[in-house]
Design a protein around this ligand. Structure first.
Ligand SMILES: O=C(CO)[C@@H](O)[C@H](O)COP(=O)(O)O
Length: 233
């Protein structure tokens, strides 16, 4: 059911909402300007989608772009690896300037070892659940996880429609995180807009990735405010 943008949201966590625009939706001919624009528009993190044309049916960019952008902004770099295997590239993304590196259990071969490697590189860790991936796949690695990312589209492309079927998964994960007592963020990615963001926040999310809804907006500051839960879009 469509929701008005200024609807009051009942959140199940009091942590501040962070907005992480996905660079995939930026104008690639003007990356430096695009990053500066969203930072001054109020973005909290920069979300960088790394695709290999094998794990997902699209190819984006690699550590060289991450490294080139690193000196241009103070925003933390939230790197989402959609590559398999991921292990051979973890050090390269850490050295390029990633602050947090997320990967999929399906990237294999050993999720627990990959998370240990990321922590060993001094970076925060994330695990990503595709729409068809059950929460149980990460139940035994929570001690190594700083962020859980729930995909609300099948990964590979921006501009897809939000899958409401993933809302119960978010609520389950929110309970799992709270019961664990651990400091784990719950991030949502795919089709996040001012309309779908309140659904995510009510289900317990505290980090929202948005590509098209931020980079495609004429007023990016208003778009970020609207997604975060304020007025203005
Ligand atoms: O990881 C992905 C897609 O694989 C996402 O980060 C998208 O890039 C988000 O784009 P929008 O759905 O917000 O346009």
């Amino acid at each position: 059911m469509p929701l008005p943008h200024n609807r009051r949201v009942t959140r199940s966590t009091s942590r501040p909402v962070l907005i992480a625009p996905s660079l995939l939706a930026a104008d690639f001919t003007r990356l430096a300007e695009e990053v500066a624009a969203i930072e001054s528009a109020g973005a909290d993190w920069l979300h960088l989608d790394i695709m290999d044309g094998h794990f997902v049916p699209n190819i984006s960019f690699g550590p060289a772009i991450v490294k080139a952008l690193r000196p241009l902004t103070r925003m933390p770099f939230d790197v989402h690896l959609m590559i398999a295997p991921a292990d051979p590239y973890l050090a390269a993304f850490a050295e390029a300037g990633a602050d947090l590196i997320s990967l999929h259990p399906e990237a294999g071969p050993h999720l627990h070892r990959s998370l240990q490697t990321i922590r060993g590189l001094g970076k925060k860790t994330g695990v990503v659940l595709n729409p068809g991936t059950p929460v149980e796949s990460i139940a035994h690695v929570l001690d190594l996880v700083d962020l859980i990312l729930v995909m609300t589209v099948n990964p590979g492309f921006g501009g897809q429609s939000f899958l409401e079927s993933q809302l119960p998964k978010m609520a389950t994960l929110r309970r799992m995180i709270d019961e664990s007592g651990r400091d784990i963020r719950l991030q949502i990615d795919g089709g996040v807009t001012a309309r779908t963001a309140p659904l995510c926040l009510e289900a317990g999310a505290d980090v929202l990735v948005a590509g098209t809804a931020v980079f495609g907006a004429p007023d990016r500051a208003a778009a970020i405010r609207a997604i975060r839960g304020g007025q203005g879009a």
